[in-house]
Ligand binder design. Structure first.
Ligand SMILES: [Fe+2]
Length: 294
């Protein structure tokens, strides 16, 4: 790793509780998940959080070896927004990250979605998230790079939380302006939902749960374009996906937890360099070749 490069590790979808929820499914239930693009696999019924504990612990241990500037967890920390045991395990393992490596949480739809489909935030679910994991829209700085976290569960489904979307858009614009004023070398966003799948103008109602609806996506992307945002790192699909909106890279990373595609559970290492961004996806049992283990 280049001496002066800032590096961070992006994690997504540890989703404590999902392995158990997707175990012991009937063929019909599996077919229903697959119809929504969620590639559930037949598995014997289990309970508990053993798989998520193993995988998230491995990700945090790997980060303690790689020693990036920070680790960001791009949402769906838990499977069920009001399950205390799931949140407590995620927080317990997150706290095992070594001192000197910051941990940044990003909310996903499962962390704040209080409806049956885990999509729609409410005042209660937002309050619960904020009391456990901290703010859901916030910005931070490392070196001369600016990072902005957005709660895209609100962007996707603002209907039950009046005022939140307006607050979020004002926050985004103000942080982008601040980044420009401070002449940030890079501006990077962290979200849970990718804004789009293949191109920024796509409009596929049948895939609405996978991205941000076009009417709320456009104003955000206009702002990101105006301020020269380099990249958005997201999760949500439990598989890797890469696209561009103009010059802005739209990266969806595979999951720490249950995978829905061909990418195994894993993590992404990102290097922020003067000339741009370099990022690579690793399976959980892989280690970047250039890392010198202590
Ligand atoms: Fe999600």
């Amino acid at each position: 790793m280049a001496e002066n490069a800032l590096s961070f590790i992006q994690l997504a979808d540890p989703q404590f509780g999902l392995f158990a929820r997707l175990s012991g499914l009937s063929e019909e239930q599996i077919a229903a998940f697959r119809a929504r693009g969620l590639n559930a696999q037949p598995a014997p019924k289990i309970t508990g959080l053993a798989d998520e504990i193993r995988l998230f612990s491995a990700a945090i241990s790997t980060a303690n070896v790689i020693r990036p500037a920070f680790v960001v967890v791009c949402g769906d920390i838990v499977d069920q927004w009001d399950d205390d045991a799931q949140a407590e395990e995620a927080l317990r393992i997150g706290a095992l990250l070594d001192d000197g490596i910051d941990l940044h949480w990003v909310p996903g739809n499962h962390d704040v979605g209080a409806d049956a489909r885990h999509e729609v935030p409410t005042d209660e679910s937002l309050a619960r998230y904020r009391s456990r994991f901290g703010p859901d829209n916030y910005a931070f700085q490392h070196g001369d790079a600016s990072f902005i976290v957005l709660n895209t569960a609100i962007t996707q489904h603002p209907e039950e939380v009046p005022g939140e979307l307006e607050t979020q858009m004002a926050f985004l614009e103000s942080e982008l302006r601040a980044a420009r004023l401070s002449q940030s070398s890079h501006i990077i966003l962290f979200t849970h939902h990718p804004f789009f799948l293949e191109n920024q103008d796509e409009d596929k109602p049948e895939e609405a749960h996978l991205t941000i609806p076009i009417e709320r996506r456009r104003p955000v992307l206009e702002l990101l374009g105006e301020y020269g945002v380099d990249a958005v790192f997201a999760g949500h699909w439990h598989r890797n996906n890469y696209a561009f909106g103009g010059d802005m890279e739209m990266i969806a990373s595979g999951s720490v937890g249950y995978p829905f595609g061909n990418d195994p559970s894993g993590y992404r290492v990102v290097q922020v360099e003067g000339s741009g961004l370099k990022h690579d996806w690793y399976a959980m049992d892989e280690m970047p070749a250039s890392i010198n283990t202590p």
